[in-house]
Ligand binder design. Structure first.
Ligand SMILES: [Zn+2]
Length: 138
């Protein structure tokens, strides 16, 4: 936007330097959202740093379910942040973190169900694992 002479800060918090690192997840809005989506899935809780999050997501996870679910959560969260940003830019509709995190949670459950994971012995318990990480943080 700046290249076109348009001065527009972060649509979530108003910060002037709206670059990738700010958006994922130095921004208080997106970082709060990310932590809510993760629940207790990743321990310890990741910092707002983009590179640290990438390292965490590509490093070997403590188990198969955490590996699958954290990558899925990351993809869905990034998608919804873009969607929310466009919504704010074009439709002036701003949804609170609480609401957006519920959409993301629903999308993740639907994605897991759509894989018919329950028919694959090595994926039995995948959705239960996701549910178990929902209670870690209110
Ligand atoms: Zn921001």
């Amino acid at each position: 936007m700046r290249a076109w002479g348009v001065e527009q800060g972060c649509l979530f918090c108003g910060e002037r330097d709206e670059d990738r690192d700010h958006l994922f997840f130095a921004c208080p809005y997106t970082y709060t959202l990310w932590l809510r989506v993760l629940g207790s899935l990743l321990q310890p809780v990741p910092s707002p740093d983009w590179n640290e999050n990438l390292c965490l997501l590509t490093a070997p996870a403590p188990n198969r379910f955490t590996s699958i679910l954290s990558k899925l959560a990351f993809q869905v969260t990034i998608y919804y942040i873009w969607k929310e940003m466009n919504g704010r830019r074009h439709n002036q509709v701003a949804r609170p973190v609480e609401q957006l995190s519920k959409f993301i949670d629903k999308t993740i459950r639907q994605r897991v169900l759509s894989t018919r994971y329950y028919e694959k012995p090595h994926l039995l318990g995948l959705l239960q694992h996701w549910f178990s990480t929902r209670t870690g943080r209110a």
